[in-house]
Design a protein around this ligand. Structure first.
Ligand SMILES: Nc1ncnc2c1ncn2[C@@H]1O[C@H](COP(=O)(O)OP(=O)(O)OP(=O)(O)O)[C@@H](O)[C@H]1O
Ligand SMILES: [Mg+2]
Length: 1015
């Protein structure tokens, strides 16, 4: 590309002043406020850059259009009616997501390193997957206020004062002027920005005013610079302020100019690289990119929505094309000085038929202009596309023609190549770079009509950070943040029909949360599962933990047997009476057990409350008369031995509580905990309480009898609930409790009750470890005196230890509980209480019915599938959404698709509003392998984990089976062997390892082995 102009600026000469004027032609930024989100043009205009992230929730085209007309057009037209304001709005789409992605992936790497989890292979893959699929989208708006917007007299006076101050300074031709701002403008400008922001926000858009961040870095000027010098602008870039230069430059000339003492002009700092125009002036090379710029010369006959332009670009082969389009709006009375009225007056002297039509059209415009909620303004459109460094330069021509075609078919516009001054044209595609546009011809257009073309109807991300990164339907990064401070509570519901990716999504959320949430320690996570869906998650964490810490992740397949006993009546250490949250659990457990529903439910509730009170009374050694459990020798010989060693009394009448207190006083809380298990009431004790005369007198005999019978049959049927607690989760922080062997899969009231009880008990096993918070200590029923102090100290230390650690309880296959009232109530109470101590609850169900009545409590809802009209309607009645949301559900959400991940509809309840969006859970083969829910694949993977590290195993599997399943291989081996299933994984892994050893030897499946980011 021969340079006709040569370097347009940025050369040595320009630094010394000759090129100064040249830079000024392309960048109007002359200075910036050090504290406010404002920068200044050469004529002391004020400018503020606003980032528009998109719409906050799902809206139909019509709904959005209405909001825009009422709020945006209404608000902004008042601004553009007056002289002195202009707006530039740009939309940019490119594949340059490194900077955005780095924020998330960088945090992921740091956090998994902090936890010493060896999971680079998965993190790297996640990054590569997103990089391939995601797009960077930026919507920016520059609001300019020129001195015309202020009182003439004031401006004049201030200018004189500034000039005077300048004169007292040593000459510095090439430095950022430090006396630029006009105080008279700051009021009108601030009001204009406020008005625009309000108008945008009222139109359901999420916006951010860009300015100095906490470190004083200029996000606004960085965006401006990145628009043309993306690859040369590090993320933390910020220009020097007028007096920020630490080391003066060396002077190259002998004169009295002191520029070298100051920072160079901001414009020079922004456009610091040279640009080279091609000989025919069609292209311009700058900062590694090669740009082509085109302008709309005649506006479309019918103004169309922006998303139609995007659709026509995406539908073409040009889907991946980077481009930016900018819309400039200024008041018609403004810069050029001739207004609508003058044009009309001029035309009035003509009377030909053609001008008559024109005259009529202008008349109409004038009428619009005089309306309250609209205005006619000068509008211009200019756009650019480019070739990134490393791409073949020839494709620029192709991209230019795609862009031209797309613009021309967008409502029939006329498009021209930006003529004569390509650098100026490029600069005009960047909001904030130039005060006004001159390259594209202006069109008089009512704002109400031009607004339809604006690039606003895009999806705004919900959170600005998060452990998981999903994608929007436009390919934008959509982080998901667990425990966001923007949410008041954390109850998440995941719904879909079978096989739609619920468990995989849950595993992914748990995996990301485990590996990537902040801090050194693992969070507390318990999954209650039926079957092995979560085993992949547990295995990957366990195997990624360093030597000696494997016990932090555990998997228990619960059996209805004494050795897994979970006593539902057990309380926290030292407590003689349940805390409110413990009562709630016992109440709901007993209510479910009794199964007393319908008529007389109130009465049975009263019965339960009474039974509970009596039960703990009778077992408390602090009561005057009690039936507290007595110690017996030999029940747990280890405890006897330890007690003897500590000289605790071991007599016939010794109560277990005495041993508990004794161990506590001796500083042995672990032993105290073991002893307390024997001090606790058990189900059979409930039966005794029910036979007490006081109860019999106060409640109908039939009710008591039924309760009695349920308890007796439960004691017989459930050794797991009727014995002293045995299930030991040890020091596990990540646990999965698999209810496969204890739940019943057929549908009946009895099965629902059985299953609810097991879900509740599994929940209890986890919450007993991590529930509660320090404020509870005051209301704990503990022994008095010194002992109380000992217990309080224990609980304080315990809560200090876990308070900061986030906790999550997930119940997969929740539909198996039948959503019984007992469990639903428990979940609601946990969600309410858990908020105080950092507990999130996730429920996963195949049935919408389970979530009825939970809508308002749920902070997050995810729907992975609702494939029939009836289900969508049902979903709507449960979660209450608009037609637009329903349409998106129908259009985008269909469960997992090969290579395209699983899309889901999500609703986040934020503090101030409800936000709906569609996101995609896109996972690479490594993560899919790690989290797979298929039995055969799981066996193969776990066999490989036994032989090599997690990183290694997942790399090998993903490379060998990029579709994330070895099922075909399995079937082949199965057909050719007489071995049992247990041997097949071993045979397969032997073969894989053999292939690896033999280099790239023959691969039985003959499948290509494209390795993502092969290492
Ligand atoms: N994001 C995804 N990307 C690719 N494949 C996926 C994804 N999510 C799920 N799958 C595939 O779909 C299969 C079924 O997913 P999953 O087990 O999560 O369904 P489910 O909704 O939990 O079903 P069920 O209700 O029967 O438990 C997985 O084994 C996996 O092969
Ligand atoms: Mg599942």
């Amino acid at each position: 590309m021969a340079g006709l102009f040569g370097s347009l600026f940025g050369s040595k000469a320009s630094r010394r002043g000759a090129g100064f004027a040249a830079v000024d032609r392309y960048c109007d930024v002359a200075g910036f406020s050090e504290t406010e989100p404002v920068f200044y043009g050469h004529d002391a205009s004020d400018c503020t850059l606003i980032e528009i992230e998109g719409v906050r929730t799902i809206m139909s085209g019509e709904e959005f259009e209405n909001a825009l007309q009422i709020h945006f057009v209404g608000g902004v037209s008042q601004l553009l009616k007056r002289a002195g304001h202009s707006l530039t709005i740009s939309y940019e789409s490119s594949a340059n997501i490194e900077d955005d992605l780095e924020r998330f992936v960088g945090a992921q790497r740091r956090n998994s390193d902090l936890k010493q989890l060896g999971l680079e292979a998965v993190t790297d893959e996640g990054e590569a997957i997103i990089r391939r699929a995601a797009r960077r989208e930026r919507i920016l708006m520059a609001v300019w206020t020129s001195p015309k917007a202020a009182l003439v007299e004031e401006v004049k006076r201030e200018r004189a004062e500034n000039a005077e101050r300048w004169r007292t300074m040593p000459p510095a031709r090439n430095a950022t002027p430090s006396q630029l701002a006009l105080a008279a403008l700051s009021g009108p400008h601030a009001a204009a920005v406020r008005k625009v922001v309000d108008a945008l926000e009222a139109s359901a858009l999420r916006v951010r005013v860009l300015g100095p961040d906490e470190d004083g870095r200029r996000r606004d000027l960085t965006e401006i610079r990145k628009a043309v010098l993306y690859h040369e602008t590090p993320d933390g870039w910020s220009p020097f302020g007028p007096t920020e230069r630490t080391y003066p430059g060396a002077k190259a000339t002998v004169d009295d100019d002191t520029s070298e003492l100051f920072s160079p002009p901001v414009a020079q700092q922004i456009l610091s690289s040279g640009a080279i125009a091609s000989a025919n002036l069609r292209n311009i090379a700058m900062g590694g990119r090669n740009y082509a710029v085109v302008a709309v010369s005649v506006f479309p006959k019918i103004l169309q929505h922006f998303n139609q332009l995007i659709a026509s670009i995406v539908n073409h082969r040009a889907a991946g094309m980077p481009f930016r389009i900018a819309f400039h709006f200024e008041d018609i009375e403004g810069a050029s000085g001739f207004g609508l009225r003058k044009v009309l007056a001029g035309l009035a002297s003509w009377t030909s038929p053609t001008t008559k039509n024109l005259f009529q059209a202008l008349r109409t415009l004038q009428e619009i202009h005089e309306r309250d909620m609209d205005t006619v303004c000068k509008a211009r459109i200019i756009a650019t596309t480019w070739v990134e460094p490393g791409e073949p330069p020839e494709i620029l021509e192709q991209r230019r023609s795609y862009l031209v075609r797309a613009l021309m078919s967008w409502g029939d516009a006329l498009v021209m190549e930006a003529p004569h001054n390509p650098m100026r044209a490029l600069a005009e595609t960047v909001p904030g770079m130039t005060m006004r546009a001159v390259v594209p011809p202006a069109t008089l257009a009512p704002l109400s009509q031009a607004a339809a073309m604006l690039p606003f109807h895009r999806t705004a991300p919900i959170f600005s950070r998060g452990e998981s990164v999903f994608l929007s339907t436009d390919g934008k990064l959509m982080p998901h943040e667990a425990f966001s401070a923007d949410q008041n509570f954390w109850l998440s519901l995941i719904y879909a029909t079978p096989g739609s990716g619920k468990s995989v999504l849950l595993n992914r959320l748990n995996y990301d949360f485990t590996a990537y949430s902040g801090g050194r320690r693992l969070p507390f996570i318990s999954i209650i599962d039926v079957g092995v869906s979560s085993s992949g998650y547990i295995e990957v964490v366990k195997n990624a933990l360093p030597e000696g810490r494997q016990h932090e992740a555990t998997y228990v397949r619960l059996e209805n047997a004494k050795h897994h006993a979970i006593n539902p009546l057990e309380l926290g250490l030292g407590r003689r009476y349940p805390l409110p949250r413990e009562s709630a659990f016992v109440e709901n457990f007993l209510a479910t057990l009794f199964g007393l529903r319908g008529h007389g439910a109130d009465l049975s509730e009263q019965l339960i409350t009474r039974v509970i009170r009596r039960l703990y009374q009778s077992k408390s050694d602090l009561e005057f008369t009690n039936a507290a459990n007595s110690w017996q020798p030999g029940i747990e010989p280890e405890l006897d031995r330890q007690a003897e060693e500590l000289r605790l009394p071991l007599r016939d009448r010794t109560k277990w509580w005495q041993l508990v207190d004794g161990f506590m006083l001796a500083g042995k809380p672990m032993l105290a905990m073991r002893a307390q298990r024997y001090a606790m009431p058990r189900l059979e004790d409930v039966s005794a309480i029910l036979s007490e005369s006081m109860i019999r007198e106060d409640f109908p005999p039939l009710l008591v009898q039924m309760a009695q019978r349920s308890i007796e049959s439960a004691v017989e049927k459930y050794p797991i609930f009727s014995n002293v607690s045995r299930l030991d989760l040890g020091e596990a922080r990540i646990m999965s409790i698999d209810l496969q062997d204890v739940v019943q899969r057929y549908k009946s009231e009895e099965a629902d009750r059985n299953n609810s009880l097991f879900f509740m008990a599994a929940r209890q096993a986890f919450l007993a470890k991590i529930g509660g918070y320090a404020e509870e200590i005051r209301s704990m029923e503990l022994p008095k005196g010194d002992l109380r102090g000992v217990y309080e100290a224990y609980w304080q230390a315990h809560y200090d230890d876990i308070a900061e650690t986030p906790k999550r309880l997930a119940m997969d296959e929740y539909h198996l509980t039948g959503g019984t009232e007992g469990i639903a109530r428990l979940v609601r109470s946990d969600a309410r209480e858990g908020r105080k101590w950092g507990l999130e609850i996730i429920l996963v169900s195949q049935l919408l019915e389970d979530f009825k009545g939970m809508k308002d409590m749920a902070s997050t809802v995810m729907i992975l599938n609702a494939d029939s009209q009836q289900l969508r309607e049902e979903a709507r009645s449960v979660f209450g959404f608009t037609d637009a949301v329903k349409k998106d559900l129908e259009r985008h959400v269909h469960g997992p698709r090969k290579g395209r991940g699983a899309s889901f509809l999500v609703r986040y309840m934020l503090r101030e509003e409800e936000r709906w969006a569609v996101m995609t859970n896109l996972m690479g083969p490594r993560l899919l392998w790690a989290l797979t829910t298929k039995k055969e694949d799981r066996l193969v993977r776990d066999e490989l984990y036994r032989r090599v590290s997690v990183n290694e195993a997942l790399r090998i599997l993903a490379q060998r089976y990029p579709d994330a399943s070895a099922i075909e291989h399995w079937e082949r081996v199965q057909a050719s062997t007489t071995d049992t299933d247990t041997r097949i994984p071993k045979i397969i892994v032997d073969q894989i390892m053999g292939e690896l050893l033999a280099g790239s030897g023959e691969r039985p499946s003959g499948r290509p082995t494209t390795l993502l980011a092969a290492q």
